[in-house]
Write a protein that binds this ligand. Sequence first.
Ligand SMILES: *[C@@H]1O[C@H](CO)[C@@H](O)[C@H](O)[C@H]1NC(C)=O
Ligand SMILES: *[C@@H]1O[C@H](CO)[C@@H](O)[C@H](O)[C@H]1NC(C)=O
Ligand SMILES: *[C@@H]1O[C@H](CO)[C@@H](O)[C@H](O)[C@H]1NC(C)=O
Ligand SMILES: *[C@@H]1O[C@H](CO)[C@@H](O)[C@H](O)[C@H]1NC(C)=O
Ligand SMILES: *[C@@H]1O[C@H](CO)[C@@H](O)[C@H](O)[C@H]1NC(C)=O
Ligand SMILES: CC(=O)N[C@H]1CO[C@H](CO)[C@@H](O)[C@@H]1O
Length: 493
Amino acid sequence: MRTTMRRKWELAVALSLLTFLSFPTVSFGFTAHRTLLNHISANAKYLPTQELWFNQTLDHFSPYDHRHFQQRYYEFLDYFKVPDGPIFLVICGESSCNGISNDYRSVLAKRFGAALVTLEHRYYGKSSPFASLTTENLRYLSSKQALFDLADSLNAKLNRTKSENPWFVFGVSYAGALSAWFRLKFPHLTCGSLASSAVVLAVYHFTEFDQQIGESAGAECKEALQETTKLVENRLATNKKQLKALFNATDLEIDGDFMYFLADAAVIGFQYGNPDKLCKPLVQAKKAGENLVDAYSRYVKDYYIGTFGADVQTYNQKHLKNTAVTGGSSDRLWWFQVCTEVAYFQVAPSNDSIRSSIVDTRQIPYLQSPLYHLDLCKNVFGEDIFPDVAATNIYYGGTKIAGSKIIFTNGSQDPWRHASKQISTPEMPSYTISCYNCGHGTDMRGCPQSPLNPEGNEKNCSDPDAVRKVRQKIIEHMDSWLSECWDTDRKFM
Ligand SMILES: *[C@@H]1O[C@H](CO)[C@@H](O)[C@H](O)[C@H]1NC(C)=O
Ligand SMILES: *[C@@H]1O[C@H](CO)[C@@H](O)[C@H](O)[C@H]1NC(C)=O
Ligand SMILES: *[C@@H]1O[C@H](CO)[C@@H](O)[C@H](O)[C@H]1NC(C)=O
Ligand SMILES: *[C@@H]1O[C@H](CO)[C@@H](O)[C@H](O)[C@H]1NC(C)=O
Ligand SMILES: *[C@@H]1O[C@H](CO)[C@@H](O)[C@H](O)[C@H]1NC(C)=O
Ligand SMILES: CC(=O)N[C@H]1CO[C@H](CO)[C@@H](O)[C@@H]1O
């Protein structure tokens, strides 16, 4: 009896998928995001999915406001074991969500006979409630609203009350934090959560980020990077125009924007498992006594812009002020979330930093303060916009999150792991995958993390066994939590 309604709905979906022969084209071109955690969804390979729409509540926390907006979602049912197979909710994060990406989660879905469902994050991609992204209109953009979107769509669309399907949530990066927070706030709606490279701690002075870059780089490369930064700082003082032109970044009029762009370019090598693209030529240039700034500019132009696909404009505060809904809106949207909730301000440590302290200060060297970031928030969004990090961490618990049945995973080379939960507890096991090119979301993406490997193949990780071991643990936890869920369900039958 309980299954009748749900079956009918599933069947309708399955039929609509069957009759849908051509796959939707990706609507937006690649957009890179400054300091964005999850750069790479746009070059993802997708499982065949059709765009579906959910009529979503705009403000989940107001009893007076009944406005709605259309939110995009996808389903993939090829592996789904009807009727009571599990449903994997794959959370989409801070970028346009153009489908269900074909990473390790599709392997898990095959193994568990699961359906995959994914909901685009409100405001991003085609799920913008407003035609103009003014600061006033961004007031409903928050992780709290996003979590409620997930709960709402899960509850309504698959009608929990009628369903025996156990739900499991997944996310990488900011979406990884959402995955952990979803299980924390809605434990009755899900059997467990995988929180991959999940940045659950809002951080105001994120100095560990830069320190991790030094650690991941190793002594030789770190030294070359630090020397490069010094040389760049000198040239910035003496020959700014020529320097910016060398990096094809003359549009970045604000020096902080320019220096942030250069710092991010190095980060990406380690975050996404391509350290050799950066370190090999730089160390070689240093050994040969060649000009390090020239060598670094080649990496930035050939690799960061050319191959990785970064766009200099995403570092331009002028661009961030653009309120039109475009393929590049994610930059502005993510900065709004950074400037209101989570910060993750990547400042230079006072000692031994790799990035320039110009990023942090108004030309006052070695003062550890996120003035650049705060200036940006004010310039782009207006006077009163700054992040209340303490409130965010009180609301979710930060690394002291009091959840259960959440798996945390991190990559050893990933600077973001210092905003994640790295200490294991019985209810919330945490695993660090250690290898030379293990970065952001390695458990789901394999190596390197960009470009994406189909099904998150781990073959090219410098230690594939390290990845396999953690994946085995993930499967064991899922097995046990899903069967506990089924048992509980049956008790109520
Ligand atoms: C969305 O739901 C609201 C409230 O139920 C309703 O008023 C509105 O017409 C719906 N919009 C669409 C496009 O279905
Ligand atoms: C969900 O269940 C309720 C009854 O519990 C039913 O009235 C409603 O139509 C169901 N919705 C869907 C989408 O199946
Ligand atoms: C540098 O900028 C010019 C002009 O904007 C552009 O045509 C060229 O493709 C850029 N080069 C790289 C490597 O991005
Ligand atoms: C600064 O960093 C260097 C290199 O890591 C270290 O040897 C030194 O002890 C540090 N100094 C302080 C004051 O922390
Ligand atoms: C591994 O690297 C090789 C050589 O670069 C490449 O040809 C191959 O496609 C990669 N395999 C995977 C699964 O990424
Ligand atoms: C489970 C695990 O590997 N935890 C490690 C994660 O990283 C921290 C900090 O590097 C270590 O102290 C933990 O042992």
